[in-house]
Write a protein that binds this ligand. Structure first.
Ligand code: FE
Ligand code: CA
Length: 532
């Protein structure tokens, strides 16, 4: 089957022939296809609707010859329909080599349709590797802000260095996005978001942002309309918008894009139900509508293909995982629980069998020097008491059997420099990853950096006093901090990986300074981080 990305890039209303249309229809079902089919029928947006690009622009998933572009037309982001009429709108897009768009290298037209909240996803191809590009959208006589992005280096090309940042957990009402204001000052090839991009909870007025929101924001997200409102609210933050405008992102999700600590089709404490399945489906749809993901991530039969690979020549390969959608229910129960035999049942899985095979097969084939596994929840072990009587079941400690199988698979495949990057815990952890964490002689086979939250927990709550005392009886933990907000900066070359923990002094103001709280290196060929 032809790659839907190739087809979509040419959907400017002229070039889609019948064969390609059929391939495209087979690849994309439902509303995403609908958006493309109606491209020619879409109307110009009436000017009176207001400036349509108030949620900004974004790019994502760079390849050597392309990148995915995103925007959503929403002149009034905090109302249910974004201030749009329930009709299709024609949107033009342009990619240029220069900021003045004198040298437009790719362009097209696409329909923004109400079924997808007038969001726009374009998988651009035909670009050159390792290049910086400018892009914009035009609708209703208005032009969007000009975004900048960067394609990946040519496949297998020798790449001497790479700088990227990763972040997670950005509860809007817990704090301003001062970490993003500082991230915007970096020079980055890529930003990776590891989940909890939104939180599903209701938001009242007041709080650290002194918010004054419509009453529709008070209840928790359950319906499509409510999830859309939440995404739109988050995207109105200008610091978040700016980091999207400046750099391509690669995103994956954790639990709060749907509901706290859900596992696959199972809500946190209950059995699955038609209500939960419906909730998950609309949450996934709203996520797709608001993220700069490729059209291959559009929901199909209420599922989303989010796990995927990004490659940076011979230097780095990123396996971006989905550690939520395909989980079996927590084998040993929810929250903090003792370990149990079911955690070693081969059928208990955090990724699903298909994704596990995809991960290990890909790692085995990879020729990259650094093999990054970007995923949601902490892989390293954290005993909550000295005798290992309790573990946090929502993270990999709840799936110890599959964790050992994956780490053993990495050893067996001789994977070059495996490094896991993680979100979720609102804390920093640096781990030596081991096939058998309980055997002190078990070798370190991979390195894990768990990044803290952008804003979740704000300035008020601290995890240090709770988890800090556990560190001494967890020798695989090389570093821990539970009390700071920020992002993680990673600089790679052929000899070493460097991690800088970039922390802000506060999230009670959007303009807080950042500082490097600690730095680590991983040397080529030697798993495990050393603090420098
Ligand atoms: Fe979180
Ligand atoms: Ca989480």
């Amino acid at each position: 089957m032809s790659d839907p990305r190739t087809v979509l890039s040419e959907l400017d209303g002229r070039v889609m022939d019948r064969r390609r249309f059929l391939a495209f229809s087979a690849a994309l079902t439902g509303t995403a296809m609908y958006a493309q089919l109606r491209g020619d029928l879409a109307h110009a947006m009436p000017r009176a609707a207001g400036y349509p690009f108030r949620l900004g622009v974004a790019s994502g998933d760079p390849t050597p010859n392309g990148v995915s572009l995103w925007t959503r037309l929403a002149p009034e982001p905090l109302v249910a329909d974004g201030g749009m009429q329930a009709s299709d709108v024609a949107v033009r897009w342009q990619v240029a080599g220069d900021e003045a768009f004198g040298n437009v290298v790719q362009s097209g037209r696409v329909a923004a349709v109400p079924e997808l909240a007038h969001s726009v996803h374009v998988d651009v191809t035909g670009l050159r590797p390792g290049r910086r590009y400018f892009y914009r959208f035009i609708a209703g006589g208005e032009a969007s802000p000009v975004g900048t992005t960067m394609t990946a280096p040519a496949a297998g090309a020798r790449v001497s260095d790479l700088r990227f940042a990763f972040a997670s957990c950005q509860k809007w009402d817990d704090g301003f996005y001062s970490p993003y204001r500082r991230m915007a000052e970096e020079d980055l090839a890529l930003v990776i978001h590891l989940g909890d991009y939104i939180y599903e909870y209701g938001i009242g007025s007041g709080g650290v942002r002194n918010a004054s929101l419509p009453p529709e924001f008070a209840p928790e997200c359950v319906t499509l309309e409510r999830y859309r409102l939440q995404h739109a609210l988050y995207k109105t933050d200008t610091d978040l918008q700016e980091v999207h405008r400046l750099f391509p992102w690669a995103v994956t999700w954790d639990d709060h894009e749907v509901a706290n600590d859900y596992s696959g089709i199972f809500p946190e404490f209950a059995d699955t139900s038609p209500e939960f399945l419906a909730r998950r489906a609309v949450a996934y749809r709203a996520y797709f509508e608001h993220m700069p993901v490729p059209t291959s991530a559009s929901p199909k039969r209420d599922q989303v293909r989010l796990y995927r690979r990004l490659r940076y020549g011979d230097l780095a390969e990123f396996s971006v995982l989905d550690t939520r959608q395909f989980r079996t229910d927590n084998p040993c129960g929810d929250g903090e629980q003792p370990p149990c035999d079911a955690g070693y049942d081969p059928a208990a899985t955090m990724t699903g069998a298909t994704q596990e095979r995809w991960l290990l097969n890909g790692l085995e084939r990879s020729r990259a020097r650094w093999n990054v596994i970007a995923q949601g929840v902490m892989m390293g072990q954290l005993k909550h008491d000295a005798d290992g009587g309790r573990f946090w079941q929502d993270a990999w400690d709840g799936w110890p059997g599959q964790r050992a199988r994956i780490l053993q698979g990495i050893v067996d495949a001789g994977v070059s420099n495996p490094v896991v990057i993680t979100g979720d815990w609102h804390s920093t952890f640096v781990h030596d990853l081991k096939v058998d964490f309980d055997d002190p002689d078990s070798p370190t086979v991979a390195t894990e950096f768990v990044g803290t939250s952008v804003s979740s927990n704000g300035d008020f709550e601290v995890y240090g006093p709770y988890y800090g005392p556990m560190v001494p009886f967890n020798p695989n933990i090389k570093f821990f901090d539970g009390d700071r907000r920020g992002y993680v900066l990673c600089t790679l070359d052929e000899e070493q990986w460097r991690t800088d923990l970039r922390m802000v002094t506060t999230v009670s103001t959007p303009d807080a300074p950042a500082y490097t709280f600690a730095s680590f290196v991983v040397e080529d060929g030697r798993p495990g981080a050393q603090q420098v």
